[in-house]
Write a protein that binds this ligand. Structure first.
Ligand code: PEP
Ligand code: MN
Length: 342
């Protein structure tokens, strides 16, 4: 629900009303960037009749918001959110490229890839230390040692690190060492993990579940925003369909749909979205053209020996060429506005 405030309402009346609304257990958020003064309400509104709000003298009228994601929705927050970690930013015109191996395998491996991708213009380093694997017999990552190697790679390159958390048992370590905490597709609706991670107040990269709708993704983001962080990036990483020619079906239409519905930055993952390294470039470029705020791409120095997701990993050389093409597509879609490029 949105409360439209009377232009002549005294400030004291507005403040007293906000206190009362918070006392009713509601979240009250000023809506910026509109000609009228408005307050967005989130929380359990089901029990209140409309006149519970119109009775406040400061209220001119109320607008019902159908979407259940109040904090993630654009209605309450028309301006794009910019997510910041170290010197890197995503959203609001800031394009980010997160690159690195599926999993951290050794110091040599992560440092070599980190240096290469930094040299090509990547803005974040990715690498899994805790890996969700379909098979219990597969490589599950180096765990805390992997986080330590990422920390060293950040020190050497300056790139903020993005890595997946799978359990709240490691919240302390992620709080200390990780710049952007990834919630993987398989945990998108792990609501207790969402709440715990949100409570750290750090940037979160939330990946769309394998069979989740766009609304479910936005509701998962709502958990994070309601739980204590305002720094959330959404990621389209391919969904399950009947198609078997690709590992998943990268839902490119989700990008403009999300950009319309939410103020949060939206990125695409053409690596998991396709499963094949030679499809990464065309789908990365298509995602840029579709309006993505960034990309997350798996890059490995020797994909043929990778412990995880080698077939979908591109080499640093292919990544270097791709970065140049990304800039060209960005300029092409921005057209005459390209002087506004960040
Ligand atoms: C990953 O990024 O390595 C990963 C496991 O992604 P997803 O959760 O999208 O499968
Ligand atoms: Mn992977």
């Amino acid at each position: 629900m949105i409360l439209v405030i009377r232009p002549e309402a005294p400030e004291a009346a507005v403040e007293a009303m906000i206190r009362d609304l918070k006392g009713m257990g509601l979240k009250v958020q000023p809506i910026l960037g509109t000609s009228e003064r408005m307050l967005g309400l989130a929380g359990d509104l089901g029990g209140y009749p409309d006149d519970a709000f119109t009775r406040f003298e400061a209220v001119q009228t109320i607008l019902q918001v159908r979407e259940p994601y109040k904090l993630a929705g654009r209605r309450y927050h028309p301006a794009d959110t910019v997510v910041t970690a170290g010197n890197s930013r995503i959203g609001g015109g800031h394009f980010a490229v997160i690159a690195g191996p599926c999993s951290v395998e050794s110091e040599d491996q992560i440092l070599s890839v980190a240096r290469d991708i930094a040299g090509s213009g990547a803005t974040f380093l990715r690498g899994g230390a805790f890996k969700p694997r379909t098979s219990p017999y597969a490589f599950h990552g180096l765990g805390l040692d992997g986080l330590d190697l990422l920390r060293i790679a950040r020190q050497k390159t300056g790139l903020p690190i993005v890595t997946e958390i799978m359990s709240s048992d490691y919240l302390d370590a992620f709080e200390k060492y990780v710049d952007v905490i990834q919630i993987g597709a398989r945990n998108m609706q792990n609501f207790s993990l969402l709440r715990d991670v949100a409570s750290l107040g750090k940037p979160v990269l939330l990946k769309r579940g394998l069979s989740s709708t766009i609304e479910e993704l936005l509701m998962a983001a709502e958990y994070l925003l309601n739980g204590g962080t305002d720094q959330v990036v959404l990621c389209e990483r391919g969904i399950r369909t009947f198609e078997t020619a690709t590992r998943n079906t990268l839902d490119l239409s989700a990008i403009p749909v999300l950009k319309q519905k939410t103020h949060l930055p939206v990125i695409a993952d053409p690596s998991h979205g396709t499963g094949y390294w030679h499809l990464v470039e065309p789908m990365a470029l298509a995602a840029v053209a579709a309006g993505a705020d960034g990309l997350i791409i798996e890059v490995h120095n020797t994909p043929q020996t990778a412990l995880c997701d080698g077939p979908q990993s591109i080499t640093p050389e292919v990544f270097h060429q791709l970065m140049k093409k990304i800039q060209r597509v960005r300029r092409a879609v921005q057209g005459a506005d390209s002087e506004g490029e960040k």
